[in-house]
Design a protein around this ligand. Structure first.
Ligand SMILES: *Cc1c(COP(=O)(O)O)cnc(C)c1O
Length: 351
C-alpha cells in the first residue's frame, strides 16, 4: 500500500453534535452520503451513522440500493431524477424518489415514496414555481406515496446572502399550497450553520460537508473537525547538491545542499498537479515543503538538512494546518472537490 486514508468516525459524531446544536431537538437529520460519503466511504460512514441520524440522502439510486443491500434500514432519499427503466427499484427497496421534473410522476410505480423537489432559484434540478398547478393535478392522477417537499439553496455557504432569503420566500409560498403533513426540508450545511435562525429548518435538514468536518464557506467553524488523515511513507531519500533541479520540467532548484524525500502518491491518487510546490506534509511532527512538479504516482519533499530514513511516516492531509480546506484555498476550490478526488483505490481504514 503506497498510502492509507484513516477515517476517524467518531469525529463525524462530533460534527453531527455541532449540527444538533444549531438545529435543536425535533428536527430530523438527513445525512448526505453521496459520492462515497464525499470520498470517505459510503458503507462504513452510513454504518456508523445509521443509529445516529434519521435519514440518508444519496445522489444516485445505485448508492441507495447499495445501502439497502448492506442492511441499512433508515429512510433514504435519492436526489437524482429516477433513471429510466429502474423505477421499480424505488418500490422494491423502499427508497424515496425525488420528483424534480413533472415527467417523473407517470414513470414511478404506484405506491413509491416521493418527495417533491422545487427549484426556487438555483436553476439546477427541481420543478419551477410555475409547475405547481401541474404538480397538484399529477398528485391526484398518480397514486404515489407523497411524503415530502424540499428545495436547495444556491448561496447558503455565504452568510447573510439575500438570495437565500428570497429562495426561502419562494419556497414558503409553494409549500403553502401542498398538504400539511409532507416532510419539509431545505437546509444544507451552509443553511444549517449560517441561517438556522432565519426559518430554514422546517422538519429536517440535509447536512453534507459539515459531517466530514469542513465549513461550507470560506470561514472556519470552530466546532467542526476534519475526519480524515491521509498517510504514506518515504520510499526514497537522496542527497541534493545546491542547484540540483527536481521533478518534471526541472521546476524546483535546491537552494543549498540537503536531502530530498520521495513519497509514492501523486495526482492519480488525488493530489492535484496544480498543488505543485504549494503544500506541505508532516514528518515526525515538522512540516516540509513539497517541491517540484507533482507526477502521477510520486511527489517530492525538501527535507533540508534532515536525513530521514525510507519508511518514515508522512502525513499528507489531516486536520488543522494540513486540512483539505488549505488545499482548496490554494487551488481556488472547495474541500468537497479535494476529498471526493482522493482515489477510491486508496485503502480506507476506519478508526
Ligand atoms: C449535496 C447536497 C446537500 C448537502 O450539501 P452540503 O453543502 O454538503 O451540506 C444537500 N442537499 C442537496 C440537494 C444536495 O445536492
Amino acid at each position: 500500500m503506497s498510502s492509507t486514508l484513516y477515517v476517524h468516525l467518531s469525529r463525524i459524531a462530533k460534527n453531527l453534535d455541532a449540527v444538533d446544536q444549531r438545529i435543536g431537538k425535533g428536527v430530523k437529520r438527513m445525512a448526505v452520503v453521496k459520492d462515497e460519503a464525499y470520498g470517505h466511504g459510503l458503507l462504513p460512514v452510513a454504518g456508523y451513522l445509521k443509529d445516529k441520524v434519521e435519514w440518508f440522502c444519496t445522489a444516485r439510486l445505485e448508492e441507495a440500493v447499495q445501502l439497502r443491500e448492506h442492511g441499512i434500514q433508515n429512510p433514504i432519499l435519492v436526489f437524482e431524477i429516477p433513471p429510466a427503466g429502474q423505477e421499480a427499484l424505488f418500490l422494491k427497496y423502499d427508497i424515496t424518489a425525488s420528483i424534480s421534473d413533472v415527467s417523473v410522476f407517470e414513470r414511478l410505480k404506484p405506491g413509491t415514496k416521493a418527495h417533491l423537489h422545487f427549484d426556487t432559484g438555483m436553476f439546477r434540478l427541481g420543478m419551477l414555481p410555475d409547475d405547481v398547478a401541474a404538480v397538484l393535478q399529477n398528485m391526484k392522477d398518480f397514486d404515489l406515496d407523497y411524503t415530502g417537499i424540499y428545495t436547495h439553496f444556491a448561496n447558503s455557504d455565504v452568510e447573510g446572502h439575500s438570495r437565500v432569503l428570497r429562495q426561502l420566500e419562494v419556497f414558503r409560498s409553494i409549500r403553502s399550497q401542498f398538504p400539511e403533513q409532507l416532510l419539509t426540508h431545505t437546509a444544507n450545511s451552509g443553511a444549517i450553520f449560517y441561517y438556522h435562525d432565519k426559518g430554514v429548518l422546517f422538519d429536517a435538514v440535509r447536512p453534507g460537508v459539515c459531517l466530514y468536518g469542513y465549513a461550507p464557506g470560506p470561514y472556519d467553524i470552530s466546532d467542526l473537525e476534519p475526519v480524515i488523515e491521509w498517510r504514506s511513507k518515504l520510499v526514497q531519500v537522496k542527497k541534493l547538491q545546491k542547484g540540483d533541479l527536481v521533478g518534471y520540467g526541472s521546476r524546483w532548484e535546491a537552494p543549498k545542499e540537503g536531502w530530498l524525500g520521495v513519497i509514492p502518491v501523486g495526482y492519480a491518487d488525488g493530489i492535484f498537479r496544480n498543488l505543485s510546490g504549494e503544500f506541505a506534509v508532516e514528518i515526525n511532527g515538522q512540516l516540509f515543503q513539497q517541491v517540484g512538479t507533482i507526477s502521477m504516482d510520486y511527489v517530492m519533499v525538501y527535507l533540508k538538512e534532515q536525513q530521514f530514513k525510507p519508511g518514515e511516516s508522512v502525513t499528507i492531509l489531516k486536520n488543522g494546518k494540513l486540512s483539505a480546506k488549505k488545499w482548496a484555498k490554494i487551488m481556488g476550490t472547495i474541500p468537497y472537490e479535494i476529498t471526493t478526488a482522493i482515489s477510491p483505490k486508496i485503502e480506507r481504514v476506519y478508526v
